[in-house]
Design a protein around this ligand. Structure first.
Ligand SMILES: O=C(O)c1ccccc1NCC(=O)[C@H](O)[C@H](O)COP(=O)(O)O
Length: 240
């Protein structure tokens, strides 16, 4: 598979086409500063994600989580999977840099962006060929999303304003899903705090088109077994 940024939006297309639509994350540290790699190289982690059938990879470049632009560049050199850059994107030049480093999507955090900036950044992403991956935590933030039908809209189960240190509130995802769908989002995603294959299965069964999982996959011995367990429990579950 070769990377082609000239046509389409590979991140969104890969997520929508996948039978196991889990964006699998590479993150050096958790919100408390604890190491997440456990001596593994990014190559080992990305290889395990590819073996598990990941449609896309997320790379946290934000400094709070031990990330850097170099980590994105390194991961992009390791895989042809479309990559989401997770960082605090507030300016147009960061979107161009993301693409140069190998990203196919960038995080736009609605809680941190005024509506005018959201509009500017979504437009810039779409002109640059990157998928805007917009994280929201409530309906007011959802209302700021420009061109929702061309964005991945993700409900963040944690709160960036508390540095994502609390436990995830999966009820938030379930509560906001109807509004995200009504907004016409191309692929509603539930992000953060998804702590088991069982929970992942329940969120997909509830109607999410994708999930973003970091900590649980980085802590498991086998992402492939994690995905198998999710698939094995896809039917008849409820999160609450
Ligand atoms: O949420 C943000 O605004 C953010 C900005 C920059 C870097 C990271 C950011 N959030 C943290 C994450 O993206 C989580 O690592 C990701 O959602 C996975 O969560 P988890 O499965 O709970 O590790």
């Amino acid at each position: 598979m070769t990377k082609d940024h000239r046509t389409g939006f590979p991140f969104l297309e890969a997520l929508q086409a996948s039978p196991t639509p889990v964006v699998m994350e590479v993150k050096r540290r958790d919100a408390h500063g604890y190491d997440m790699l456990g001596g593994r190289t990014p190559a080992a982690i990305v290889g395990a994600y590819e073996s598990a059938g990941a449609p896309c990879v997320s790379v946290v470049t934000g400094r709070w989580f031990g990330g850097s632009p170099a980590l994105l560049r390194d991961v992009a050199a390791l895989t042809a999977l479309p990559i989401l850059q997770k960082d605090f994107i507030t300016r147009k030049d960061q979107i161009r840099t993301a693409r140069e480093l190998g990203a196919s999507a960038v995080l736009l955090t609605a809680a941190l962006l005024p509506a005018s900036s959201m509009r500017t950044l979504v437009t810039e992403c779409l002109l640059t060929g990157l998928t805007p991956f917009v994280e929201i935590t409530n309906e007011s933030e959802l209302a700021t999303v420009h061109h929702p039908e061309e964005c991945v809209i993700a409900v963040n189960n944690k709160d960036i304003k508390t540095r994502e240190r609390g436990a995830g509130d999966l009820g938030r995802s379930l509560d906001l899903l109807p509004a995200v769908r009504a907004a016409g989002a191309a692929c509603p995603v539930s992000a953060s705090g998804i702590d088991s294959p069982h929970t992942a299965a329940a969120l997909l069964d509830a109607g999410f088109g994708g999930l973003l999982v970091g900590t649980s996959l980085l802590r498991t011995g086998s992402p492939a077994a994690w995905v198998d367990a999710m698939e094995g429990t896809r039917k008849g579950l409820a999160v609450r």
